[in-house]
Each structure stands twice: as structure tokens, then as C-alpha cells.
Write a protein that binds this ligand. Sequence first.
Ligand SMILES: *Cc1c(COP(=O)(O)O)cnc(C)c1O
Length: 361
Amino acid sequence: MKHQFPVTLNTNPKAKPSPVGLPFGTYFTDHMFIMDYNQEEGWHNGRIVPYAPIQLDPAAIVLHYGQEMFEGLKAYKTPEDRVQLFRPYMNAKRTNNTNDRLCIPQIDEELYVDAIKALVEVDQEWIPEGEGTALYIRPFIFGDEPYLGVRQSMTYKFMVILSPVGPYFVNGLQPTKMYVEDVYVRAVKGGTGEAKCGGNYAAALKAQEIAHEKGYEQILWLDGIEQKYIEEIGAANAFFVIGDEVVTSELNGSILPGITRNSIIALCKEKGYKVSERKISIDELVDAYHAGQLKEMFASGTAAIVSPVGQLEYKGEKMVINNFEIGPVAKEMYDTIYGIQTGKIEDFMNWTVPVASEDEE
Ligand SMILES: *Cc1c(COP(=O)(O)O)cnc(C)c1O
């Protein structure tokens, strides 16, 4: 690693949770990474310290105007006990794209990945073992300058925290029910839809709450202008198998460019599937369903990798997809990606990055 960080070890380590039935994002490890930014020094003072609450001035810009971004990726332990990350440079690059949109200063991508590696190395005992488990990594940046004027913060914090997680869905790859949202919208072109920021989530809570009340786990968002074209799902991208074509919405400025999405497209190409990134309207989807051509639907994202959708409701019509079972494409994508991530399948796509570099092992 090019960058080294001072480590203050936690003298009061916590008991690790049982890997069985581990919920998502509830337990946190013994340490965290924190780094400061100011205009004179740029990003500086990166350090690993015991996990603890942080002090924030009540006037901190993030608390008033939401200048914040986040990322999500995972660390895994291979059968040979090698600790590895999945495509972390894509998260670093996406961070800088988000930062650009939110007027947060750029961060050196090597420094970013080294911070993650250093923290994971310190807390590697926290990587849970068991099918479907991983150590979830949450990097985030926020403006912490105390100031109530509306402009970007002059100071920032970059932090990384870690959370051991079980399979996203406790019942395995159980298909979910999804509601096509036709009142609220998530994002429009020119807005912040393609940036990974907390504000997008705050704006989506209301629709999610209503969908939950109706008995749906997730929302399928339509475009924010005509409410005609499919965009994405809550915190994931959307894939469909229509006839023999694997389809996902093209990146149009309001869709989050998922790393899992990118990986599935690449894998589908590698495996010889016909895969398209294009506009897909909700009417086309409903027609394909009636013609018996909507074979599969699934969500893609770091948390679950792939999550099959068993039922879709649009304007009162409930469409049951693939008999409420996981389809072959979703299953193959999940098995291959999770297999590569955990080192159980050879990394023929060259996607994993070891946490300890060769000369340090
Ligand atoms: C993070 C996220 C995704 C999925 O991205 P991955 O890199 O695959 O985890 C999709 N949509 C939204 C809105 C997201 O925030």
C-alpha cells in the first residue's frame, strides 16, 4: 500500500455477533477510518481509531443542507483465508463523480482504496463466515463546517465504517413483491439521481412507506418526467429477461450507475447472452408479460447482489413473474458473482483486489 495510516487500537473490543441470522447494517466493528479536509491542507490526517460517536457542531452544513455522499462495497475471506475486495476502484471513481455533483472536493482514488484496505485489515477478524455473509464497507463524506449560509462546506470528513452482514434476504434468494410507483418520482435528468447521496434516499422514503403499507417490499421507479420509462428500484438497478434478451435501463443521467449492474452486463456478454442497455417503458413490460415473454425480473446491488422479483403491481394489475421463483439468469448471476467475490470461483473477470499486497504477505 502506498498510504499508511496511524492506528489507535480499541482497548475495549466488542463481542462479535453470531454469523447465523446476521441482520443487515446493525453491528459495527471495533474501528473506523476518519480523515479531514480543509482548503490549506487538502485531505489530511487519515487515521484509524476506535469506533465511537463523533462530535459535530450543531451548525455543521451537512445537518442543514444535506451535503453528504456515501458508497457501499464488501470484503470477503476466501477458502485460503485471503481477504479481498470486489472492484473497489469503481467505488472510488463513482465517489469522485458524486463529489463533483455535490461540490465535495475530489479525493485521490489510491488514497481512498488504501484507507478501505487499511481499515479492513485491522478489523479482518470481523469478516463473518457462512453462506451469503460478508463484511459490508460504508465509506461516506460530509461537509462539517459550522455555517448557516447556503454554499458548499469549506471543511469535510471522509469516514469508513464496517458492518458484518448476513444474506440480505434472510430466506435466501426469495422473490420479492414490487410496486410500480406512479405518483412520486425519485430523480430527473439534471438532478442528483446518478449521484450516490443521502438526499436521494430521504426524498424516496414517503413512497417507500406507502408501498410497505400496501404489502410491497420495494418500489420500481419510473422516469420523473413522463412516468413512462423504467428507471430503477429503491437502492438497486432493475433487470428483465424478455424472451431471450436480458434488458436493463440505459444510464440516462437520473439512474445510479451500479457496480453490480456493470458486472452483470459484463458477465452476460462473457456468457453469450443477448444483453441490452436501452429505454424500456412500463407499457412494453406489461405487454411482454401478457404475451408470456417476461421470463424474469431481478434487482441488482451490492447488498443482495441479485434479488429476484416475484410479483409486480402496476395500476392495480398484479403480475406474477416466473411462478414466484428465482429464474435461471438471476441464479447464474448470483452464483457467479458471489463465487468470484468469495474466491470459490476463479476470478476470470479480474475483479477482486487483495487487501494485503503481495510483498506484505
Ligand atoms: C448503490 C445504489 C445502487 C446499486 O449500486 P451497486 O454499486 O451495484 O451497489 C442502485 N441504485 C441506487 C439508488 C443506489 O444507491
